[in-house]
Design a protein around this ligand. Structure first.
Ligand code: COA
Length: 173
């Protein structure tokens, strides 16, 4: 369990499939996220039952509010000791919690864990250029823009650029 000011972060359980299913079928939540095909509760539960335990290379954490309500998920993937780099993903599926600082707090908690416990040197992420709320969260935590993958994300027949962002260990705010 990792504790922040507004969130607690814990390992994912098969029973979290019910949250993931609801979030993955909400177009507003998924607006700027990869959304390959609609999942089923049975398939999601099986995936979670059969997933490998968390490791240095792949860490997934559920985000709970301090009242115990599960509100989102984040992950650090592809960590490499040689490069000291890993990729971060985050989203909050409970829309009524947006705008209350949950994602900012969760980002700080997982980045601190990555730098202090995993001894990462940097953390990378990409975000669709139009996703202003997510970009604001990343900037608040200290991420800076490092590049742009032009027209690399398609949604509803339109292409969008993705912004590449990075945070060095000494830049976390
Ligand atoms: C993006 C997301 C993670 C933000 O989570 P959150 O808990 O609402 O974020 P916070 O409350 O910590 O901070 C949001 C910030 O964005 C700002 N913001 C919100 N909507 C905005 C908009 N349309 N334009 C610019 N800034 C915006 C808020 O004012 C706040 O900044 P402030 O503290 O300076 O006022 C969450 O809305 C989400 O999961 N959305 C759907 C999935 C997604 O897009 N995930 C990220 C994929 S890269």
């Amino acid at each position: 369990m990792l504790n922040g000011d507004r969130v607690r972060m814990r390992a994912i359980e098969p029973s979290d499939a019910v949250h993931l299913l609801r979030w993955h079928t909400d177009p507003e939540v998924m607006r700027w996220l990869e959304d390959p095909y609609p999942p089923s509760l049975a398939a999601l539960t099986r995936q979670l039952e059969e997933r490998k335990p968390d490791s240095y290379e792949s860490l997934t954490l559920m985000i709970d509010g301090l009242d115990g309500r599960t509100v989102g998920i984040c992950a650090l993937r592809g960590a490499e000791p040689e490069t000291g780099d890993a990729t971060l993903d985050i989203y909050l599926g409970e829309k009524d919690t947006w705008g209350q600082g949950f994602a900012t707090d969760a980002m700080r908690v997982i980045c601190r864990y990555g730098f202090q416990k995993m001894r990462l040197h940097r953390i990378s992420l990409s975000v669709v250029a139009e996703n202003a709320a997510a970009r604001r969260v990343y900037e608040k935590v200290g991420f800076v823009e490092e590049g742009r993958r032009r027209e690399s994300f398609r949604r509803d027949g339109k292409w969008h650029d993705q912004i590449l962002m990075g945070l060095l260990a000494n830049e976390l705010r």
